[in-house]
Design a protein around this ligand. Structure first.
Ligand code: HAM
Length: 421
């Protein structure tokens, strides 16, 4: 029986792999502008890292982790996200002892057991950025600005920046109590998960996927009414520096994010094109997570970051026809009229490739028809035909598909001829 790929995973073949690498290239370009170093962490970690880091009441930890025991009986998990792993590496390698702000990026696969649909995979990839070691609101706006520059560098301009603050520990605790009281009156009409969230973490009810349209959630008290003076001043500075950077934003007091490590500023960049099927798709998301380092055994470190979903970016780029004009046309396809010329053709192809040209050659056919088919399939700009006569004369027949002409030229001139196109 045929063995197929797992649900929610993808084979990236040819052009699809190209799209993935294209986004990675753009990510590398943007991180350079901010002096961000790359960090490559293991794909699996101790399960405890995510229990403590992401939070035991989150959907990710409760329902979506690929967890298993290895042969040594260790509890391990395929990473569902990158922030906890970067923070673990940051603490373990004592990077906090280095002077100044530390900026890291990562790019690679994450794993969540979710119901697959467009832009929601079980194995997906993220480009993430984490700034650690600074609690300035100006850093928040720089990180949001970086995120928006990244989307623009890909040619994505239709997106909205949605921000919120979930306050510090003090305001969140007052708000959580208020939410607990409020939801207690509505809990009977809510899903089983929300019922269990009521005591443990009522904030999570606000981002429930099942009950998202429930009136009780829509009318719940807003965190903005429970902020401390410090939170208000901080958030005002974030807003004013976003304005200084000309970044238009919306405030959504429902935006609480589905991971427990967040504090203060949270944000999402959401695709915004009402005419599109994927309007409203969150392309990237992030926020501050000042308590994460200490939660996993390190010192208190103030930090903020975001991660973008690569598969979602590809959906948008496909919709924008960004890859339609990808020209993978081959520079020259060499056709031999008989088998006797094959070695000569191989040698010529080799030489031209050494000079950086993309050359195609048919290994099995000596008839013209299949060799011309290869030229067509690879969109060859130049077709070079070599037979017995050409071998002796040192001249070749060239079909120039760009100029739509046929001419005879010296074989030794072929590179200059092609480059002169
Ligand atoms: P997140 O919101 O869970 O945050 O994921 C960030 C982005 O990853 C999402 O906006 C989406 O584009 C993509 N994503 C998430 N789940 C899937 C999925 N199942 N299939 C396809 N794409 C997906 C985090 O992961 C945080 N670590 C972000 C962060 C970094 N916060 C601070 N620093």
């Amino acid at each position: 029986m045929l063995i197929t790929k797992l649900k929610g995973t993808n084979d990236l073949i040819g052009i699809e792999a190209y799209k993935y690498r294209f986004i990675q290239k753009k990510a590398n370009e943007i991180t350079k502008l901010y002096g961000i170093e790359e960090m490559i962490t293991p794909i699996f970690e101790k399960t405890e890292l995510f229990l403590r880091g992401v939070g035991e009441t989150t959907d990710i930890v409760n329902k979506e982790m690929y967890s298993f025991q290895d042969k040594g009986g260790r509890d391990l998990t395929l990473r569902p996200e990158g922030t906890a792993a970067v923070s673990r590496a940051f603490v373990e390698n004592k990077l906090y002892a280095l002077p100044g702000l530390k900026k890291y990026s990562y790019f690679g696969p994450m794993f969540r057991y979710e119901r697959p649909q467009a832009g929601r995979m079980r194995q997906f990839s993220q480009f993430g950025v984490e700034f650690l070691g600074n609690g300035s609101p100006y850093m928040d706006s720089e990180v949001i600005s970086l995120a928006s520059k990244f989307l623009k560098s890909l040619g994505i301009n239709k997106f909205k920046v949605v921000i919120n603050t979930i306050g510090n520990k003090e305001s969140r605790s007052i708000y959580s109590n208020k939410l607990r009281e409020y939801f207690a009156e509505h809990i009977l009409e809510m899903c089983a998960d929300c019922k269990s969230r009521l005591e443990k973490n009522p904030l999570r009810i606000l981002d429930c996927k099942v009950d998202s349209k429930n009136a009780a959630i829509c009318n719940a008290p807003s965190i903005l009414d429970f902020l401390t003076q410090d939170d208000i001043v901080y958030f005002d500075k974030v807003k004013s520096s976003l304005e200084a950077l000309d970044i238009k934003y919306e405030i959504s007091n429902r935006l609480v994010r589905g991971l427990d490590y967040y504090t203060s500023t949270v944000f999402e960049l959401i695709y915004d094109d009402p005419s599109s099927k994927i309007d409203g798709l969150t392309l990237l998301a992030g926020g501050r997570y000042n308590g994460l380092s200490s939660e996993i055994g390190g010192p208190d470190v103030e930090a903020i970051g975001f991660a973008a979903g690569i598969e979602r970016l590809i959906l948008v780029l496909d919709e924008l026809h960004q890859f339609d004009n990808l020209n993978s046309a081959c520079d020259v396809c060499i056709i031999s009229i008989g088998e006797e010329q094959k070695n000569h053709c191989l040698k010529l192809a080799d030489k031209l490739r050494d000079k950086g040209l993309y050359v195609e050659i048919d290994y099995v056919s000596f008839n013209l028809k299949p060799q011309f088919k290869l030229a067509d399939r690879t969109n060859a700009k130049i077709i070079m035909i070599i037979g017995e006569e050409e071998l002796v004369s040192g001249k070749v027949i060239v079909k120039n598909k760009i100029k739509n002409i046929e001419e005879v030229i010296l074989e030794s001139e072929i590179y200059n001829y092609i480059k002169g196109e």
